[in-house]
Every structure is written in structure tokens, then in C-alpha cells.
Ligand binder design. Sequence first.
Ligand code: HH2
Length: 288
Amino acid sequence: MTASGAAAAWTPRLEWSRGLLELDAPRVMGVLNVTPDSFSDGGRYLDPGYAVEHAHAMVEEGAAIIDVGGESTRPGAKAVAADEEIDRVLPVVKRLVKELKVPVSVDTGKAEVIKAVTDAGASLINDVYALRMPGALDAVAAADCAICLMHMQGEPRTMQSDPRYDNVVEEVCEFLEGRADACVDAGIPPDRIVLDPGFGFGKSLAHNLALLRHLPELLDLGYPIMVGLSRKSSIGRLTGVETPEDRLAGSLAAASLAAWLGASLVRAHDVAATVQALAVIHAARRQA
Ligand code: HH2
């Protein structure tokens, strides 16, 4: 499989008015879930002290951005009210914005949470609903931040019950293009937008594999691409490894393939190992 020519000719970057993330090489977004029920690190970083310590450790390991989540989106997860989500993430975001040398992202789709964390200095909103929740688009347009728009079919509680597409790659591209257009129409500059096909979000294993193989078609939309495959159940199904924490080798293979095909950001739990794998892929891509 060849590295995407489009990606080689174009150097993606992500900007917002107080900052810039150069994406001239694939970067790692470190996952920090301050939730009791996330599928792989749930309950571990509910204490803000542990959460901040883990964020520092991920930055030491080479994370270019830290993504703080206060509500699990795993299939069947329970919804969390906005004020509870704010109570979970805001103390952590405030400390990370002050203490870290890398930008802070928040994984949320709720307008109230977006406003609270961007007022506190979060640089990126990572929204698995792609700004479709009430008020979310306006909240990002009014804030000084970048936005990751992710594709999801259905909603977390039911999304894996029977996902169906006529052509998953075309439909995901169309959806993401539409959401990016909505952002631009709302006044969000295009260089603040990153797109994510949403692996595991209303997708079967076959859908996930098709999206991975066809990642260069998403790149043709003209925005940097982020992927989140780390420890996910599709890696478990392909490898037969049941425990999410034990899926490192499979996660690295998937991250490497995505980076080879042009992904600029890889959302990962195992930062040091992912940074190492992407360094090799980047060197090989430069040669190509
Ligand atoms: N995956 C998860 C959460 N947020 N955001 C983007 N952009 N892309 C993803 O693939 C993605 C995401 C699920 O992983 P995790 O945060 O580890 O689990 P949980 O949702 O259970 O907290």
C-alpha cells in the first residue's frame, strides 16, 4: 500500500488564535479519561491529582496534545449531565492549561462544557457528535479553539447494535464534508478543523477496516485526519485479545498503518510506544 500522494504534497497544521500544532509529522494525542466507566482507563484518573500526573507523564513520553474526557462514549455508556461533566473535567483542564507545554483538548459535545473549558483555555474541542448537539456549533465558533469533527452513526447507547451503510467510505466522507462546511459557514476558519472517521462508532469490523484502507479518500477533503483505534474492540476481535490494556501490539499496527496512509493525529492510550512507532513511519514516508 502506498503513502498518500496528496498527504506528501500538503503539510497539514492545526491553528487557533493563541496557538498552532504543526502536523508535519504524525503526532500523538494522549487519552486522559476522568470518568468512572471508560472502556480501558475508566476509574483510574477520577482523582484530579492522578489525572494531572498522568498527563505530565504522557507529555514526557512525547504526546503533542492531551485529550481530557468526562463522559464515556463506549457502546452502552450512561449519559452524563453537563454540570457533572464540567465538575469532572474543569479542575483538571485548569491545571493542565497552566502546567503543560502542549495544548489541551476536551472530548465533549455539550455547549455548556465547550464554553466552560474554552473559557479555561482548552485549545481543541474533540466532538464525537461533530457539533450536532444544541448550541455546540455556536459555542465553538464563539471560542478561540480548534475542533475535531468525528463521524458516528447513531448514538453511543445503541450505535453498535446493527450499523449499516451502502458505502461506508463515501457516507463518512459526505458526512464529514457537510460538518466541515457547517463549521466554515458558522465562521470557524478551515485551518482550525480536523476530521476523524470515528472507528468503532456505529461501525462493524468490516466498516472499520474499509475506512482504514481508504483513509487517503478522507484526506482528499483537505483537512488533517485524526484516528482513534487504540485498544478498541476491533483490535480485540482481530487479535483475539480480550483485555483492552493488552492490545498494544495490535493498536500500534493500526496506528502505524493509519499514519502511513496519511493520518496526522493518532489518539492513543500508550503514548511512548505509539510515538516510537510513528517515528519509524514518518521516516519511511519521508523517503517515499
Ligand atoms: N474514541 C473514543 C473517545 N473519543 N474521539 C475521537 N475523535 N476519535 C475516537 O476514535 C474516539 C474519541 C473512545 O475511546 P476512550 O476515550 O478511550 O473510551 P471512552 O469513550 O469509553 O471514554
